[in-house]
Design a protein around this ligand. Structure first.
Ligand code: NAP
Length: 243
């Protein structure tokens, strides 16, 4: 069976590493992006230069009609979507809880959770047989991220609940739903949080004494999607150096 995957936010960071590894594992890949066409196209070029199959598609995955267009375009390009990585997410500048206004809170929830809900629902509606979803949650779902971004942590906690519930609803259909919970991964996201060097500041507090790489997260995502994880569903892999 041909394997067709959508990686949301696949142009940069963890999503790009995942898209490349999936392509080298034989998947045909839709590299979704919201605004940064340059990085999405660079990811596609890297894949095709290595003999893989990929295309980029702009869609705001927190928007329902964009998500439908994303799935339509991927089906038209490669056929039925068999796998999904809900990776797209945002982090806003560090703030204490009282400093988070309602617009910001709603923006983070919509960007990180509604997006996962919309893409997962579209996948479930269209996938008639075997398939797999991996949600990219965060260690923040466990820590709560006090004094930094409780809004972000709450969005990832909701993603974990969605992962668990959906995994149980669709297990009998042969669809597996799992999540990874990274932490301290070197990507551009920490600059969005207002502290580009956050990982280096915290590395001495991480049991493995260093930050992680996007490739290390991609390895876990690709394994969870693969047949090697055929008896794994509703599960979480923590990738935070022991934190
Ligand atoms: P990143 O480098 O900032 O990349 C984020 C990606 O998400 C970008 O490709 C961005 O698209 C895309 N995106 C954001 N909102 C979107 C939307 N509404 N529609 C479509 N695409 C959207 O971040 P990253 O560190 O790789 O993070 C990827 C995932 O890992 C996120 O869910 C994040 O919460 C999670 N995570 C990261 C860490 C870490 O330490 N880095 C830790 C835990 C969890 P554009 O390129 O078009 O802007």
């Amino acid at each position: 069976m041909s394997k067709v995957v959508i990686v949301t936010g696949g142009g940069r960071g963890i999503g790009a590493a995942t898209a490349k590894l999936l392509a080298s594992s034989g998947y045909q890949v839709c590299v979704n992006y919201r605004a940064n066409a340059e990085s999405a196209n660079a990811t596609v070029s890297a894949i095709t230069a290595s003999g893989g199959k990929a295309f980029s598609f702009q869609a705001d995955v927190s928007n329902e009609s964009d998500v439908i267009a994303l799935f339509d375009a991927t089906e038209a390009m490669f056929g039925a979507v068999t796998h999904l990585v809900n990776n797209a997410g945002i982090l806003l500048p560090q703030s204490g809880f009282a400093g988070i206004d309602v617009e910001r809170f709603n923006k983070v929830l919509i960007s990180n959770v509604t997006s996962c809900f919309l893409c997962s629902r579209e996948f479930i509606k269209r996938t008639k047989s075997q398939g797999a979803i991996v949600n990219v949650s965060s260690a923040a779902a466990r820590t709560g991220a006090p004094f930094e971004y409780i809004d972000y942590a709450a969005s990832k906690g909701a993603m974990d609940s969605l992962t668990k519930g959906l995994s149980l609803e669709v297990a009998a259909q042969g669809i597996r739903v799992n999540a990874v919970r990274p932490g301290f991964i070197y990507t551009e996201m920490h600059a969005d949080g207002g502290e580009p060097n956050r990982i280096d500041r915290l590395s001495s507090q991480i049991p493995l004494q260093r930050g992680g790489t996007a490739d290390e997260v991609a390895n876990a995502i690709v394994w969870l999607l693969s047949d090697e994880a055929s008896y794994v569903t509703g599960s979480f892999i923590d990738l935070a150096g022991g934190k």
